[in-house]
Each structure stands twice: as C-alpha cells, then as structure tokens.
Ligand binder design. Structure first.
Ligand code: DOR
Ligand code: ZN
Length: 450
C-alpha cells in the first residue's frame, strides 16, 4: 500500500467519534482511514509522512457564509488574501455572498466570481446567487449543482440588496428549487426604532444602541415570517446568523437531513454580548447586532442541542477607517474566518459543547445542508481537506490577521487552540506559519436531495 501522504498518530474527530488513528491521501483524495498505528507498509511506502503527535485532525471547516468583497470592493478584501486567512484558520471551503460590485444576481456574475476564485483562491469556492425584486427568471434558470443557493436579504444591510416585495418573496419561495438562505431582520421595525432614538437623542447615537435599533423584535418578526412562508410553500429555508434566544423556538433540534428549515449562527454571537460594545466599539458592530448575555447563553445551548445546525462566520471585512463613528455611521461587519475554528474549539474547551459538535456544525452539517459533493468528512473517497489543530494558548492580535483589513474583533482575546496545518485537496496549504500561495482550491459541487 502506498500513498502521497500519510498523517498518523492523530486524534481524529469525525462523525461523532474520536479516535487515535491515521489518514492516507492519494491523488488529492483520502484513500484510507484507520485506527491506532498506521500499517508498517504505509509508514514506509508513503511519499510524505506527518507525525501528528497526538494533535486533533479534523475535516477542514466549510464556511458557508462569507463576504469576500471581490469584485468591486477589493480595497477591503479580495479572494487571494481572504482565502489565505481561511487556510490559516483551517477553513478549506467557503460560500461567498452576492453583495459585491457588481452584485452577483445573475448567472453571468456568479460565473465571473468562479473564474476569479479559480485563479487565486487557496480554498475551495462556492457562491450564492442573490435575489432582487426583479430577477426571478435568473433564479429559476440557475444551475444549482454549481451554485450553492439563493441569498435573500429580508432586511437591508451592507450592499443595499433588500427584497421588499412580498409577492416577489412568495414567488421565490414557491418557484425556486434551491436552498434559500435569508438575512432576516424587519426593515419596518428597524426604521421605527431608528426614528424613535433619533427623535429622543439626536443623530450621534452610541454604538451601544445598535442592538436596540436593530432589535431582537426586528429579528424575531422577520425570522417568524420567513419560517411561516417556508412552511406554507414547502421551500428549503436556511436562516442565517441567528442572534436572539426568541428566534430559537422557531427551529427544531435533529438531523439536518430531516429538516426543511435550518438555522445558522456565527462565532461572534457566541463569543460576545452587548457588554462588549463598551470596550470594542464598532469592531463588534454587525447586522444582525450582537445582543444580550441571555441571547448569547441561549445560542450556545442551541449549538449544543442541535437546534442551530451550522456555525459560519459572516466574515465581513471592512477597513478600520470605515468602522469609526457611531451606531448610525460606522459600517457593520467584521472579519472572522481566520479564528472561527480556534474560537469554537476554545468555547468547547470551556464546556459550551463538545469538539465533535464543533466539527458537526462547521464541517459535516454545511456539507449535508448544501449537498456539497465529497467534502466535510474524514472518509475514504472524500477530498483530502483537513485541519490539524493543536492546543496552544494564543493571544490574538491585529498583527496576525491575513485579511487585507488587518484587524480582528478578537484582538487581545486568548484562544486555546491554533491551526498547525491545513491540507487542501491533499496539498499542505498552511504549515502553521505561512500559506502556500501556489495551492489552488476547486469549485464546490452540490447534489441536494429533494
Ligand atoms: O454586518 C454585516 N455585514 N451584515 C451583513 O448582513 C452584511 C455584512 C457586510 O457585507 O458587510
Ligand atoms: Zn452576511
């Protein structure tokens, strides 16, 4: 038995199991997985052998919610640097959002992004097609074996992509045979809150008011309406970045495969609460807003119990210069992709949930939910997308950030894990110190069961 690569003496965490074992890689795929010591013939016959020294070997994370800003906003970020940040964070696949310039609301615009990614990305790439008030024909004609799903903004955020025609929303839910990923915040409730605060306190509203302007009720009402419409139409709905305890009642625990309605949250809602605005200011300003400690506690529990299916980052880099100002003027969004896996493992260390659950919500479930072909698991026959993770106390600093924006909301925070190596389609793309820019990702393919 030979292999291109043998990783042995690893603590493999996969599909709810944790065992000491080894993984053999041939031609970019996992050719064998075993328990305990690797067979002698493999140890001798493999072209390259890596002794994991008991560190965790996980399937590479699949971040199904990122804003890489490419094309059109490359002063903030681009596919080359953001996928370098992904590789350094153990993230081997991403699905990018349509609020770029131009917006990816046509099949041609999505195809253009695919070409850009193919040329530079050090992670496997996927894209949403964005819904608008008048592009239903593009959505119904799209090939959802190559496009991840439809992104629908039910609530405006960065990029001005609000779909506010109820009739259009209903048609999308009824006619588009794809996963519909929604940003759910009620525009009417937000507008009402904003006017009230402005009338009471003027225009210079502190960032602390952000979660009261983009309120819990704004989230709950929009998510409830989306869930009701999905129930009425039978649509396949995925609600992004759940940020409140209240919304959780709208979802059910259980296996992703058995659900038509699923939920995502992001590490920032699990790490921070409204007490953090005082110290971190607009660095932790995002839409939906980070809310109360009670919301945070409920979200942590919902990840543990499977009511939340996926943890993705909503990686939304902006320049620090754009993050100045108040609740009305500072832009919303933060870079997260480089530290999401170590941060989630740190929360696991603190007892919030198990490492198996981190792997499930960050690799297995995104793969299942989008029907991503051949990724998200450490299984024979899957692509060799792997993250080797070690326990090491590391204080995060802006200087570590590979994203173009050069800052992180986690600055000063101690994480308990770091990514020692990342393999992408069998090639080592991150060795713990640097990204190999010659490694290329592949286009994601989707095979969703009806
Ligand atoms: O905070 C956010 N930033 N929320 C969004 O929905 C969009 C994102 C961005 O693109 O900046
Ligand atoms: Zn987003």
């Amino acid at each position: 038995m030979t292999a291109d690569l043998l990783i042995h003496n690893a603590l493999i965490v996969n599909e709810g199991a944790r065992f000491r074992g080894w993984v053999a890689v041939t031609g970019g795929f996992i050719s064998a997985v075993g328990r305990d010591d690797a067979p002698q013939e493999l140890l001798q016959g493999a072209a390259e052998t890596v002794d994991a020294q008991g560190r965790f070997l996980l399937p590479g994370a699949i971040d199904e919610h990122v804003h890489f800003r490419d094309p059109g906003l490359t002063h903030k970020a681009d596919m080359a640097c953001e996928t370098a940040a992904a590789a350094a964070g153990g993230v081997t696949s991403f699905i990018d959002m349509p609020n770029t310039i131009p917006q990816s609301t046509t099949r041609a615009a999505v195809a253009d992004k695919m070409h850009r990614a193919a040329a530079v990305a050090t992670a496997n790439y996927g894209f949403y097609i964005g819904a608008t008030n008048d592009n239903i024909d593009e959505l119904t004609a799209a090939d959802f074996s190559t496009i991840a799903g439809v992104k629908l903004f039910l609530g405006s955020s960065t990029g001005n992509m609000l779909v506010d025609s109820n009739q259009t929303i209903r048609r999308i839910f009824e006619d588009v045979d794809a996963l519909i990923a929604v940003h759910a915040e009620s525009e009417a409730i937000i507008a009402e809150n904003r006017s009230r605060f402005k009338a009471e306190r003027g225009d210079n509203l502190p960032v602390e008011l952000h979660p009261l302007i983009r309120s819990r009720r704004a989230c709950f009402e929009a998510t409830k309406a989306a869930v009701e419409m999905a129930r009425a139409t039978g649509a396949r709905l995925h609600v992004l970045h759940i940020s409140t305890a209240d919304e959780l009642a709208l979802f059910t625990p259980g296996a992703v495969e058995s659900k038509r309605i699923t939920a995502e949250t992001c590490p920032q809602y699990l790490l921070f609460d409204d007490g953090d605005y005082a110290e971190r200011g607009a660095r932790v300003k995002c839409n939906p807003a980070i809310k109360s400690p009670l919301d945070r506690a409920a979200l942590l529990e919902a990840v543990a119990t499977g009511r939340i299916d996926c943890v993705a980052t909503d990686h939304a880099p902006h320049l620090l210069a754009e993050k100045q100002g108040n609740a009305l003027t500072a832009v919303s969004g933060m870079p997260m992709i480089q530290f999401s896996l170590p941060a989630m493992l740190t929360l696991a260390d603190e007892g919030a949930f198990t490492i198996e659950k981190v792997v499930e919500t960050m690799a297995h479930n995104p793969a299942r939910l989008y029907g991503i072909v051949g990724r998200g698991f450490i299984r024979q026959g899957c692509y060799a997308d792997l993250a080797l993770v070690e326990r090491a106390d590391t204080v995060v600093s802006d200087a570590d950030v590979l994203s173009r924006c050069g800052w992180t909301p986690l600055a000063g925070i101690m994480l308990r894990y770091r990514v020692a190596s990342t393999w992408l389609n069998g090639r080592r793309v991150w060795d713990g110190h640097r990204v190999d820019p010659t490694v290329r990702g592949m286009a994601l393919r989707y095979c969703r069961k009806p």
